[in-house]
Design a binder for this molecule. Structure first.
Ligand code: FAD
Length: 340
């Protein structure tokens, strides 16, 4: 949408020429494409251009051809569609068979998966099926002169990053962190469609209930986020952050200890094991600024921190810092905004 429009894509100079295409797995639920798939199409588009090769979208489904156009709109050159019975909703067994078949038949250079729960599971089982490796949870991609994909991921709880290549694996499989990459601007384009069918797959699973939990993450999409940490002291006090968020059109996110204590829903946790956010404004209230929290907020345009400890790590990682007590400052701030 609008946000993507602001950041027009600049095609990079190719570093090499690779024959086989780059694939992106398109995640979907009830006929609707998961937005994280569009982010990863954006990241893989750049890799395909660096390798001077085609970007293919791989879609598995039952009557889900409508998703093909979506993939073209957001960067794919071609679409591989595998129709199979009983695949309207994700079933790991069936999807692994279908994806394995497509990989063995068309032999992509590498395969990118969005950071959704289902895709991450599918990546792992498919890697075993086609006997290749998997680089999980990547945040940066590059290509070396030999045409090898270089994937960078956080290690040791985010204290370090490693850059990994897989010289002996094909395809190179990667999963990515949700929220790190941006979708390309929408375009008008239709490319080549390659259709296949997996006949009568049998699943070992019997799925009795299915909830789409990926869809409802308001935090990842929010433009203004008020983050609350342990400085808030107790659950009831979170109301203070909600009041501020309400005044400035934002939503509340929390540090891990608050989500762990069930003071706030887990899907509002910001950080490495929570959600990566990219708001225009992030206000951190009583948050110390642990590395695992910081990796989740580094894409924010502006960060304001309020903390009573002048030596808090968050002050090294913010645009504006206020040393003080949140219980004094925030009510005053709410009042000031109310007077504007
Ligand atoms: P604290 O570190 O206790 O900080 C509270 C802050 O509040 C202090 O700086 C204090 O000075 C300030 N304060 C206290 N009272 C007031 C007041 N009245 N006014 C103003 N300031 C006040 N953490 C995450 O947030 N997200 C994650 O995804 C995440 N993933 C993790 C993954 C792993 C593998 C590990 C090991 C840890 C992870 N953590 C994560 C935890 C992280 O290391 C920190 O423990 C956590 O972020 C600390 O939360 P906090 O800042 O709320 O609490």
């Amino acid at each position: 949408g609008m946000k993507a429009m602001e950041e027009a894509y600049q095609k990079p100079e190719p570093v090499t020429k690779v024959e086989d295409s780059i694939w992106v797995y398109i995640d979907h639920f009830d006929g609707e494409l998961n937005k994280t798939s569009l982010e990863i199409l954006g990241a893989a588009r750049r890799v395909a251009d660096l390798m001077s090769t085609k970007l293919g979208a791989i879609i598995i489904g039952t009557g889900d051809e409508n998703l093909i156009d979506e993939a073209f709109k957001y960067g794919a050159d071609e679409a591989y569609y595998c129709e199979t019975d009983n695949a309207k909703r994700y079933d790991n067994d069936i999807y692994t068979q279908a994806l394995g078949m497509m990989i063995n038949k068309y032999k992509p250079n590498s395969l990118f998966f969005p950071g959704t729960y289902n895709s991450r599971e599918l990546a792992a089982t498919t890697a075993i099926k086609v006997n290749t490796g998997l680089i999980a949870d990547c945040i940066i991609f590059d290509v070396d002169e030999k045409g090898q994909l270089q994937a960078t991921r956080p290690d040791f709880g985010g204290k370090e990053t490693s850059t990994i290549i897989c010289p002996n694996n094909k395809p190179v499989m990667v999963t990515t962190r949700a929220g790190v990459f941006s979708a390309l601007p929408e375009r008008d384009f239709k490319g080549k469609v390659i259709k296949d069918k997996l006949e009568k797959p049998v699943s070992r699973f019997k799925i009795t209930d299915y909830k789409n939990i990926e869809k409802t993450n308001a935090l990842a999409a929010a433009q203004v986020v008020v983050g609350v940490g342990r400085g808030i002291v107790n659950k009831d006090n979170i109301k203070l952050a909600e009041d501020l968020a309400k005044k400035i059109g934002g939503i509340v996110g929390v540090s891990k200890p608050l989500a762990d204590s069930d003071w706030y829903p887990k899907d509002r946790q910001v950080g490495q094991t929570g959600t990566t956010i990219k708001p225009n404004l992030y206000i951190a209230m009583g948050i110390s600024g642990a590395i695992q929290h910081l990796v989740g907020i580094q894409g924010s345009k502006r960060i304001i921190a309020i903390n009573s400890d002048p030596d808090a790590q968050i002050f090294e990682n913010c645009d504006y810092g206020v040393v003080g007590d949140i219980f004094q400052i925030v009510p005053e701030l709410i009042k000031k905004i109310g007077d504007l």
